[in-house]
Design a protein around this ligand. Sequence first.
Ligand code: CUA
Length: 335
Amino acid sequence: MIHIIIVSVLVIVSTFLFGTFVKVENLLPVQASVQGEFIDGLFGIHIWLIAFFFSLIVVFMLYSVVVFRRRKGEKGSGAYMTGNHNLEIVWTVIPLVIVLYLAVIGATSLADVERRDPEAMVVDVFASQWNWRFEYEDGTSSDVLVLPNGRQTLLRLQSSDVIHSFFVPEFRVKQDVLPGGEAFMRELRITPTLEGDFKVRCAEICGQLHYSMLANVQVVSTNEFDIWLNSQSACDLSAEECGQLAAQQYGCLACHTVDGSVVVGPSWLGVTGTERTFEDGSTATVDADYLLKSITDPDSQVVAGFPASVMPQNFTEILSEEQIQQITAFILSLE
Ligand code: CUA
């Protein structure tokens, strides 16, 4: 009897120490969304359960090692025990109750995370190797995800090539982004609770530059958000400058540098007037027509030594004719 009391006390003390020192706040980045509160709630409950079972197992293991050790002069394997009904009932019923409890809180938390706000702002998220693009309801396209604090945003996610995954650790929720058009579109709801700068991190291995598939997230006040959205309308700079912005927004610069170094595709620096040799041995001189064709039908002229089919094939759909001309003007201006 005294043994059981000592062991129980040790289990309780150990559980308490484990659960107190291993806290959600210490393990995860700062929590910045309404949805994240439910995830962290689940996380906290699981940590306490893990603390209890870890303590139970370790304390009883040490207890057995000490109390049932072979003493001087003892021989054989010790007493042989067969079934113990009470013990079996206990270790079946308790885990069953715990698992049912986890199922219930899991289901209710999922419902909480997916709760719809009919007033939610809609943002279309387009993922491609290796770039994120965000399109707002008024047609604004941005490479930064700007969100108003305290308002639910419905993200509708699509990929134009392979599977990516949208994950902002501070928001806690994560969603795979699938190719295949509207039919495979996925949704994610986020209600930010903290103003600040965060990052989208692609959470699905998606090729060579997966590690650098990041996008900035800015959570700002509703007021600042409205100002930002208004400032994003049509580009009124010079053609070259608008082209530079578009090249940044649409991810061109993820693969093409403007300093002469080679990342994935050819660098844009000083290409104007140069002679290109293609995989099939034919050649062409870089001018506006050549660049136009490279953007709208990239696989028709793959420069020797570079991989085919890496360039998105759908720029005629996502860029306006004007934007393509602006990007071309920007490339031609790089000398
Ligand atoms: Cu996209 Cu990893």
